[in-house]
Structure formats: structure tokens, C-alpha cells
Design a protein around this ligand. Structure first.
Ligand code: Q46
Ligand code: ZN
Length: 306
């Protein structure tokens, strides 16, 4: 098998592009896909100060590396979730990468700054770990980006993530969520920062290959709480479809953005945001969901350990 671009020996085949690439040409191909997404969706400019959410896994490292190589001004942002052996190793990988590249990094340790890590939040509130985690991450990412003066927050959601979310939203007719499925979300309130997902043209297999071919030491383990997640079932089903019909995953998701999303846009319009009476962040209710969760955790923890 030969590289489609330079005819050297290929190391990876991408069936949906009907192409194979050598190491150098594959990395360039990945970075071009990121640039194409950024340009098509008007995600970033070279003047933006970009906060890149970095978990230590293959996707977020691909995002940080590619944006940095493309000449964007990036700072990494890592949240220490407090999950068993998984979180310390994740932090180690992110710190080592930032140091090696000479790139700035901001870290928020949930337990140190907010008194509770994810396991404690799952223990002291009715939320399951991933629900407490998703809410905490969204909250602290936005708050940190605002407080530190960043203009955009970039996350490493890839094509598999986006397609499985779309499938889940369609299966349950979550019309409001379908209307909000945009890879670039402009800030609609003074307390919100613009968010972008520049990896939505790349599959998990491609971010894994890019991370390995760029020689990045990433966290190979999945979070233990991911086991049994419905999103993994959807990804598996989409992979079976992709195997039978290369390119179907991309046409499903990108086709939705082009032809389907606007049909649901009205369902997510008209949401009025105000400032949380406790923390001042944007919310639809008097007190934001994060502050309510934290208050509940504090009360239950106090009643369990008086
Ligand atoms: S980190 Fe958090 Fe994921 Fe772990 S607890 Fe669930 S949501 S699985 S991306
Ligand atoms: Zn709040």
C-alpha cells in the first residue's frame, strides 16, 4: 500500500477517504482536516486566546498539538476529577506534554477548589458519576475561560462522539438538544464563552493514529466510569454501519449539520439566561445547577459526618 500523496510506504488506510498515507502525510492530512473545520464553521482566528480542554487522552492531545502546529495561541486546561488511579496519571501525562512543548497549562483540582471530586459528588448527590462530571466540567471550563480572559474554549469531541450524540438525540427525539448541536457555539450571554469542537471531521481511530505517529505519550486507559455507557453502544453500532458502508458516519453527522439541524433550531431558541444568585454564572434558573449540586453535596456530607 502506497501513500496517496507522496507514494512512500503507507502506514494507515482511511477507507472513507479511499486513501492511504505515510506518517508525515497522515499528520498533515489530520491538521488540514482540523483547519478545514475551523474555517468552515468560523471557529477561530489567529487573534483568539484559546483555552484547550485536555484530559490526557488521544483526542485532546490531538486537538492541542494540531492547533499549536497550525499557529493558534493555545493554553491547555486540565481538570483533576479525583477518580481513583485514573486522575493522577492523566494529570501526569498532561503536565509532561505541556512541559515538553513549552506550552502554558492551567489546572483545576475539583477537590481542592470545590471540596468534592467526582466520586464524592456521586456519593452525596443523586447524580451518577458521569452526570456530576459532565456538569462540573462544563461549569469550571466556562468559568475558568471567562475569569482568565480567554475568547474561545476548544474541546476534543471527535466524529464518533458527535455521531453517537446525534443518534442518541434522534432515538429519543431530544428536539431542544438537536437544535443546539453546533460545532461552534457563539457566546449568547456575557457570562458564557464561545465553545468550539475542531475535531468533528476526525474519527477516534484517526486521533489515536495521529497521537501515536506524533509520538505523544497519552493516557491509554478509559475512565473506569465509562464502562457500560450508552454512548459506547451507539458508537459500536455506528462502527458496524461504517464497516459495511465506509463514510456513513461522516455523512450522517455532517449531513445533519447541513440539512437537518435548522429544522430543530426553533426548539432551542428563546431560552432566557440570567446570572446565578450564588456564583454569578449564566443559568436559566435562580441558582445554577452546579451551585445546587454543590449545596446538596455539602448538606449530605455534613449530615453523614456531623
Ligand atoms: S471522565 Fe467523567 Fe467521562 Fe469518567 S466520569 Fe464519566 S464523564 S467517563 S468523558
Ligand atoms: Zn452558580
Amino acid at each position: 500500500m502506497k501513500c496517496k500523496t507522496c507514494a512512500a510506504k503507507a502506514v494507515i488506510e482511511t477507507r472513507r477517504h479511499n486513501a492511504a498515507f505515510c506518517t508525515g502525510c497522515f499528520c498533515t492530512h489530520v491538521e488540514r482536516q482540523v483547519q478545514k473545520t475551523v474555517d468552515t464553521e468560523k471557529m477561530l482566528s489567529k487573534d483568539d486566546r484559546i483555552l484547550v480542554a485536555v484530559s490526557g487522552g488521544k483526542d485532546s492531545f490531538t486537538l492541542w498539538e494540531a492547533l499549536h502546529r497550525l499557529g493558534y495561541s493555545t493554553t491547555g486546561y486540565h481538570i483533576v476529577l479525583g477518580i481513583g488511579d485514573y486522575s493522577p496519571l492523566a494529570r501526569e501525562k498532561v503536565e509532561a506534554y505541556a512541559k515538553g512543548q513549552g506550552l502554558p497549562l492551567i489546572i483545576t483540582d475539583l477537590k481542592e477548589e470545590y471540596d468534592f471530586g467526582i466520586p464524592e459528588l456521586a456519593l452525596h448527590t443523586p447524580r451518577v458519576p458521569c452526570s456530576a462530571c459532565g456538569l462540573s466540567k462544563r461549569y469550571v471550563m466556562n468559568r475558568t475561560a471567562l475569569e482568565e480572559g480567554f475568547t474561545v474554549l476548544a474541546t476534543g469531541h471527535n466524529l464518533d462522539d458527535a455521531a453517537s450524540t446525534l443518534l442518541g438525540n434522534l432515538l429519543h427525539w431530544q428536539t431542544e438538544q438537536l437544535g443546539r448541536m453546533r460545532p461552534a457555539m457563539e457566546a449568547t450571554h456575557a457570562k458564557l464563552v464561545k465553545t468550539v469542537k475542531p475535531l468533528i471531521r476526525l474519527t477516534e481511530r484517526e486521533t489515536l493514529a495521529y497521537t501515536m505517529l506524533r509520538g505523544i505519550d497519552y493516557h491509554e486507559d478509559e475512565c473506569p466510569n465509562a464502562v457500560g455507557a450508552t454512548s459506547l453502544l451507539y458508537k459500536d453500532i455506528l462502527n458496524q454501519l461504517e464497516h459495511a458502508s465506509p463514510g456513513v458516519k461522516q455523512s450522517f453527522y455532517l449531513g445533519f449539520l447541513k440539512k437537518g439541524r435548522t429544522a430543530f433550531a426553533a426548539h432551542s431558541d428563546g431560552i432566557t439566561l440570567k446570572e446565578c444568585e450564588v456564583c454569578g454564572q449564566a443559568t436559566t434558573t435562580e441558582t445554577c445547577a452546579f451551585c445546587r449540586m454543590m449545596e446538596q453535596a455539602r448538606r449530605r456530607a455534613a449530615s453523614r459526618n456531623p
